[in-house]
Design a protein around this ligand. Structure first.
Ligand code: NAD
Ligand code: DAU
Length: 343
């Protein structure tokens, strides 16, 4: 099988690349990534010399490049992780979110139609369902919950989902969509809550908590997300949406306090700051369809996963030091400048 993984130098995409090459040693994986601020080629260093892996620096909105890639690579599966993914940035500047997340998805699907693929898988998010009230713990997002996005980020992901479903209905493109809850784990970019708190706490810096800290997220270890996508690719039914989540709801304050406890840092570092505009209150996934149809179960519990994640950040200071110092931007040019021709 030839698999195109877009956004494979980002947090979840890179975990997926490393995992799929291990789980399916005969598969050939091509990673297409624009290496935006969120993409980090050093994450893929362990597989850069693998004969079954190829990295291509490029933008999913670049139709010419994408078509050429599809023509050359004879792709069976496309897994689209590439996206602008940070809600706060989408509030500052929505435009790039619409371009990458919606138009980029269209370009990939047009190429998938033109050259033919066995499956186009769209990696979506639980944020497309909007939010749930804090005082109704009995409510969960199912695949039937109406789309109701809050931020420019989630609106762009919701738009892409609608487009993916339209390409299935109108053109018969063999698609699947997964909508996952908040991920955490190795290689998480330090602008997101968990890595931001770990790194700032290690540096004894104030920890910014938006609003009251009572907002709830449903945390899933990244490896469990990747396993679910692998199952959906191979066993999921065409045209279907699958929710992914592990019933692991926590308030932001609970998450931050768990990290502080593990690091033996004082809670006095917690600093309440102005709330995020339109801040979603609670996300909570009902994953029963994915469990019953595909036999998927999360394997990493939060207590274990957060310790593994903290230890990973302690053991891999150079990975995040390079990012926080901005040096990682030079990595591609220094290490792989000559290979740009693969585009
Ligand atoms: P990320 O921001 O860490 O990584 C995104 C990657 O996409 C980066 O490597 C970046 O260089 C690349 N990219 C961005 N624009 C591109 C473009 N125009 N062309 C090619 N590559 C481009 O994101 P992430 O957290 O790994 O999320 C990956 C996907 O999973 C996204 O689609 C996101 O919506 C979805 N998702 C994320 C979470 C989460 O908790 N992080 C949960 C559910 C779904
Ligand atoms: O639910 C899936 C989504 O999870 C993904 O689709 C997004 O790509 C991903 O970024 C994530 O979105 P969130 O907005 O939930 O993640 P973030 O880490 O930005 O924030 C988590 C919660 O923590 C949220 O309630 C806002 C709060 N927060 C965040 C930051 C960065 C803070 O209180 N302080 C902070 O400094």
């Amino acid at each position: 099988m030839n698999v195109l993984v877009t956004g494979g130098a980002g947090f979840i995409g890179s975990n997926f690349v490393l995992q799929i090459l291990k789980e399916h040693p005969t598969y050939r994986v091509v990673c297409l990534d624009a290496l935006t601020y969120a993409g980090n080629l050093s994450t893929l260093k362990p597989v850069m010399e693998n004969d079954n892996f190829k990295f291509v620096k490029g933008d999913i909105t670049d139709r010419e490049l994408v078509n050429k890639l599809f023509e050359e690579e004879k792709l069976d599966f496309v897994v689209n992780f590439a996206a602008e993914s940070h809600v706060d940035r989408s509030i500052e500047d929505p435009g790039i979110f619409l371009r990458t997340n919606i138009l980029g998805t269209q370009v990939l699907m047009d190429a998938s139609r033109k050259y033919g693929v066995k499956r186009f898988h769209q990696v979506s998010t639980d944020e497309v369902y909007g939010d749930l009230p804090l005082d109704r713990p009995d409510l969960f997002f199912t695949e039937e919950t109406p789309i109701h996005a809050s931020s420019p980020y989630s609106a762009s992901k919701a738009s892409a989902d609608l487009l993916v479903q339209a390409y299935h209905r109108t053109f018969g493109l063999p698609i699947t969509i997964s909508r996952c809850s908040n991920n955490y784990g190795p290689y998480h970019f330090p602008e997101k809550l968990i890595p931001l708190i770990i790194i700032r706490a290690l540096n004894d810096e104030p920890l910014p908590i938006y609003g009251t800290g009572e907002n709830v997220r449903d945390w899933l270890f990244v490896g469990d997300h990747c396993t679910a996508i692998d199952l959906i690719l191979h066993k999921g039914r065409e045209g279907e949406v699958y929710n992914i989540g592990g019933h692991n709801e926590k308030t932001n304050l609970e998450v931050v306090k768990a990290i502080l406890k593990e690091l033996e840092k004082p809670e006095s570092l917690i600093t309440y700051v102005k709330d995020r505009s339109g801040h979603d209150l609670r996300y909570a996934i009902d994953p029963s369809k994915t469990r019953s149809e595909l036999g998927w179960e999360p394997t990493t519990l939060f207590d274990e996963g957060i310790k593994m994640t903290i230890n990973w950040y302690l053991d891999n200071r150079s990975w995040w030091n390079n990012i926080t110092s901005g040096d990682y931007k030079d990595y591609y040019v220094n290490m792989y400048g000559d290979r740009k021709g693969e585009e």
